[in-house]
Design a protein around this ligand. Sequence first.
Ligand SMILES: NC(=O)c1ccc[n+]([C@@H]2O[C@H](COP(=O)([O-])OP(=O)(O)OC[C@H]3O[C@@H](n4cnc5c(N)ncnc54)[C@H](OP(=O)(O)O)[C@@H]3O)[C@@H](O)[C@H]2O)c1
Length: 229
Amino acid sequence: MDQSAPFPDQPGSVRTVGILGAGRVGTAVARQALPGGYAVALGTAKPPEDIELIVSFTAPGAVAKTAEDVIAGADLVILAIPLSHYRDLARHDFGGRIVIDAMNYWPPVDGTMAEFEGEESSSEVVQRLLPDARIVRALNHIGYHELEENALPPGAAGRQALALAGDDPAARAAVAEFLDRLGYDPVDAGPLRAARFFGAGFPLFGTRLDRAEMTAALHALRPAVAAGA
Ligand SMILES: NC(=O)c1ccc[n+]([C@@H]2O[C@H](COP(=O)([O-])OP(=O)(O)OC[C@H]3O[C@@H](n4cnc5c(N)ncnc54)[C@H](OP(=O)(O)O)[C@@H]3O)[C@@H](O)[C@H]2O)c1
């Protein structure tokens, strides 16, 4: 093992990462995951040969696959498609996989969608659509360009925190380890209903906080989470 490397050679329970969406977020996550030791596949609604060239440039080392094969081969799936297309995901079999939902509701881009206009986070809606996925909301409150620029090894001063929330504790633990290997301090916010507090329009969204600051901010919101707000 290379002791100078920021991470051990072998990832933990998650070794293969499948990303749906090969745009800004999908390829940025791929570029961060590859040096973390993960095998990475990317897929869109198009045939893989249509994205092979762009993937070879934007995420060298990742492979292009069909969306079905991306999911089937992944220990961890990441949803990085426009939320306006989220209903397309229902055609896939997620088979109980851990799924990071990085999608945000952004009406100027997505159009107005009534199901996302309420108080709950968009991930709660996505979880209802995909009952065979263990949804964890994460990676949504950091810009795709910052994901690479702000990454730091574990223990580095000022390392940025990323929040996560989901209803499956084991899935949350796996995602926390993944975020750590991407270069961030994970902060577990608890159940999926807590995800609304790091969604668009909330102060945590797009704000660079370290672990202590993020933990304190989420702690302040905890009564609302506990009350099921
Ligand atoms: N941009 C950011 O900084 C940022 C940060 C955090 C979260 N997010 C969220 O992450 C998501 C992706 O954002 P982005 O900026 O990466 O978007 P993007 O650059 O437009 O990329 C979207 C990708 O999704 C693919 N796609 C579209 N419909 C699909 C489907 N039904 N199945 C599989 N793939 C599909 C697109 O393929 P085609 O090109 O073939 O359509 C494209 O590769 C959005 O929900 C956004 O709100 C964005």
